[in-house]
Design a protein around this ligand. Structure first.
Ligand code: BTN
Length: 253
């Protein structure tokens, strides 16, 4: 299958695999050997799919697993914003395919929830040249279309399990790329402001709501204050505002 057969926009090049370890791993190898921005690595299944924070991403046939190589000319501290761009693209794609889809929301940093359960996640990986210059970013996206893992700490679900029927991965991929292209162009031209606003408008947790945020070694309880201008979570916690750059959000116990 080619990008043209799938109807992908110019500038995107598609590499398809029936089975692969991890599309992110493959995309990183390709990017290190000079693959251009717009290269998409898509697999029908992954045997060693990876999630954030070192977790596995169970990847049976029927869901979407895709990784996109980007070479943005931005500060290293802004790379995390691309996770929000990707999350909005997944949300836009699902809204375009499944009408109407209710209770679709974003959970910090880049998860998508449907009816309060996780249906999609984003894994960003980047490489720098020296300490200043970005070489590439790989944006890995997994969407539970027909199956979801059981027994996860944060409950998961799929489009099919929520009663929205079967979406085939090809259709989801096409729509994802269309929406990503548009949000990415917006981000490049105007920065994070409208991405941040769109994300906040459909955030799973409203400002002021109590949450628990798990960091590496500890958990913080507080109230969601805001998303800052880099995409960090601001948490009002024990009388001070904490800026959180990486972690996992749960409803307050
Ligand atoms: C998360 O933990 O929420 C992020 C999940 C990211 C999974 C996708 S599936 C395609 C790409 N390849 C991987 O190994 N992981 C990402």
């Amino acid at each position: 299958m080619t990008a043209r057969q799938l109807g992908l926009a110019p500038g995107y090049r598609l590499l398809c695999y029936d089975s692969i370890g991890s599309t992110n791993e493959e995309a990183k190898c390709l990017a290190s050997s000079g693959a251009p921005e717009g290269t998409l690595v898509w697999a029908r299944e992954q045997t060693a799919g990876r999630g954030r924070r070192g977790r596995p991403w169970i990847s049976p046939n029927g869901n979407l697993y895709v990784s996109l190589i980007l070479r943005p000319d931005c500060r290293i501290s802004s790379v995390g914003q691309l996770g929000f761009v990707a999350a909005l693209a997944v949300g836009g794609a699902l809204r375009a395919i499944v009408r109407p889809i209710e209770r679709l929301a974003y959970k910090w940093p880049n998860d998508l929830l449907l009816n309060g359960r996780k249906i999609a996640g984003v894994l960003l990986e980047s490489e720098t040249v020296g300490s200043e210059k970005l070489s590439f970013v790989v944006v890995g996206v997994g969407v539970n279309l027909i199956a979801s893992p059981q027994g996860t700490e944060f409950p998961a679900t799929s489009i099919l399990e929520e009663g929205y029927g079967e979406i085939i991965p090809e259709v989801m991929l096409e729509e994802f790329v269309t929406h990503f292209r548009s949000w990415f162009a917006n981000w490049r031209a105007e920065g994070f402001a409208s991405v941040r606003a769109a994300w906040l408008a459909a955030a799973a947790i409203a400002r002021g709501e109590p949450i628990r945020v798990r960091l590496d070694a500890l958990a913080l309880c507080g109230r969601f204050r805001d998303l800052d201008r880099e995409g960090n979570l601001l948490l009002d916690c024990a009388g001070e505002c904490r800026r959180i750059t990486a972690g996992e959000v749960f409803p307050a116990a």
